[in-house]
Design a binder for this molecule. Structure first.
Ligand SMILES: *Cc1c(COP(=O)(O)O)cnc(C)c1O
Length: 381
């Protein structure tokens, strides 16, 4: 059940049939590590829960359907998903990444995989000539987020995938779609080979679970990643899969409201005399606004801003909000605020990806927008 249904319907039904043994409408939490065999090798498709678990299967099939993919794999965290996908890259090969990525992805490339002989470089992917120039004969993976974390740059997935594929048949494109979610943007349809997610964020949506996923269409890529998922073993437990499945059911509703609230907050901040710059893809003054309008259903729920007063003003603002909790992470129903340079992106200090110390990142939640604006208003005074 994929093709004729809209994403709102898929989020509720894909991968999930009433339980055949009891009729339970909600997918049960199959809290089991192993499965009985009637004779050696004779079973109902499940042998051991690292290899497969029915609650995980439901989540994997649902996420694949949402991304318009034929295959899905769930992981114990977003980093586990990205790490497993990057194991497609052999020692001696190269990863070309966008120059604004999640701090943990930077850390994995720069502080872990580099020591295993996997090279990487970062390029400004708003500039397609820089992408072209960054591609090498040994580039195995092009890795990008869009919108990026935390600068909210928007990269042209279709154009970058075309350049990557022209580089040679071995060059794969992985898009980390955590910020946009498949409700706003579907990278596989734009030419990406693999979509990665931190389901911890909007897909789970309630700040109560850590998880990840990789979705794809290519059979050979899936078979290798499925092998790696089992061999490496960074799988999510059934309870965590169930929490993400539950969150997914309201994805469309939540993303529409996140974007409506984020646009209202962005407009308020843009008009505020103490605010120097607001970065939100849904604002017409965003440098890639036209691309965002084409590539995404709406501007999403994330924005960043800079105060005229710099770092000191930023630190004051994040300490003074009441509704916006000062915390890492994003994508939950509650609004969060943070300073990436000192928090989520501290690992990029001293690197070309270092974030300006005064940049404030906001995950706009689902509270009433007037309450959110009033909270920022008092914090900015
Ligand atoms: C949070 C995040 C990750 C890492 O996911 P975890 O679930 O925390 O491991 C990767 N990419 C992006 C864009 C993120 O926001």
């Amino acid at each position: 059940m994929t093709k004729p249904y809209h994403i709102e319907t898929l989020a509720i039904h894909a991968g999930q049939q009433p339980d055949p043994s009891t009729g339970a409408v909600m997918t049960p939490i199959y809290q089991t590590s192993t499965y009985v065999q009637s004779a050696v090798g004779v079973h109902k498709g499940y042998e051991y829960s690292r290899t497969g678990n029915p609650t995980r299967t439901a989540l994997e099939d649902c996420l694949a359907a949402l991304e318009g993919g034929t295959h899905g794999l769930a992981f114990s965290s977003g980093m586990a998903a990205i790490d497993t996908v990057l194991r497609l890259v052999a020692s001696g090969e190269h990863v070309l990444a966008g120059n604004d990525v999640y701090g943990g992805t930077f850390r994995l490339l720069d502080k872990v995989l580099k020591d295993y002989g996997i090279a990487h470089s970062f390029v400004e992917m708003t500039d397609l000539r820089a992408v072209q120039a960054g591609l090498r004969p040994d580039t195995r993976m092009v890795l990008l987020e869009t919108p990026t974390n935390p600068r909210l740059k928007v990269f042209d997935i279709e154009a970058i995938a075309a350049l990557a594929h022209a580089n040679g048949p071995r060059t794969l494109v992985m898009v980390d779609n955590t910020f946009a979610t498949p409700y706003l943007q579907r990278p596989l349809a734009l030419g990406a080979d693999i979509v990665a997610h931190s389901t911890t964020k909007y897909l789970g949506g309630h700040s109560d679970v850590v998880g990840g996923a990789a979705l794809m269409n290519d059979e050979a890529v899936f078979e290798r990643l499925k092998f790696l998922q089992n061999a490496v073993g960074a799988v999510p437990g059934p309870m965590d899969c169930w929490l993400v499945l539950r969150g997914l059911k309201t994805l469309a509703l939540r993303m529409d409201r996140h974007a409506e609230n984020a646009l209202a907050v962005a407009q308020f901040l843009s008009d505020h005399p103490e605010v120097k710059e607001v970065i939100y893809p849904g604002l017409s003054d965003h440098p890639q606004h036209a691309l965002a309008a084409r590539q995404m259903r709406n501007g999403g729920g994330m924005l960043s801003f800079v105060m005229h007063g710099g770092v000191a003003a930023a630190r004051r603002v994040v300490a003074r909000t009441h509704l916006f909790a000062l915390a890492e992470s994003l994508g939950g129903v509650e609004s969060l605020i943070e300073i990436p340079a000192a928090m989520t992106h501290a690992s990029t200090a001293g690197s070309p990806l270092e974030v300006a110390p005064g940049l404030i990142r906001v995950s706009v939640g689902l509270e009433h927008k007037d309450d959110l604006i009033a909270d920022l208003q008092q914090a900015l005074m």
